[in-house]
Write a protein that binds this ligand. Sequence first.
Ligand code: IMP
Length: 191
Amino acid sequence: MELIFATNNQHKIDEIRSLLTNEFDLITLKEAGIDIDIPEPYDSLEENASGKSKTIYDMKGVNCFSEDTGLEVAALNGEPGVKSARYAGEGRSFDANIEKLLINLADKKDWSARFRTVISLIIDDQETLFEGICEGKIIAEKRGGQGFGYDPVFIPTGSTKTFAEMSMQEKAQYSHRAKATEKLVAFLNNL
Ligand code: IMP
């Protein structure tokens, strides 16, 4: 089955491609000849994921999915959440976002946090949502050089390593994106 993955984020493409079995032919926006930065204007991961997959489905009429992910920090009332990419401003800098997060957490006792991914799949005009959650905690010093975003300061529950100290395969044993993708694959296999 051919599926367009509505993202321009190469890290997300690599992670999800490594989780999909051979019967799914994942096509990126670039490979589909679509050169747009799909907006994420909404206040929830669900609405943003839906908006992105509907944009591509309306444009191409091809089965597709998208995902939206946020880092939800308990002591910051769930922030940065849906604003994770632009937490420190429109520059979307990973380093600036981490710096702002650590400044905001400096006077907090509880550094527990979770990543939450929502995938919106559209098959033949029918939308289905899948969620994946990874619980963990933020640490004060960046560690590791792999991954992206907040990976250098996030340790998933059950590990002593940050996501940025893990290979993609190791991250997938814990990750929000892997959990949501597993649900997507199970759904597709049942069609
Ligand atoms: P979006 O889903 O593209 O809006 O992603 C929001 C932001 O969350 C990204 O720019 C990253 O900073 C962060 N993010 C998303 N997924 C991950 C992840 O797996 N690890 C670390 N940061 C992530």
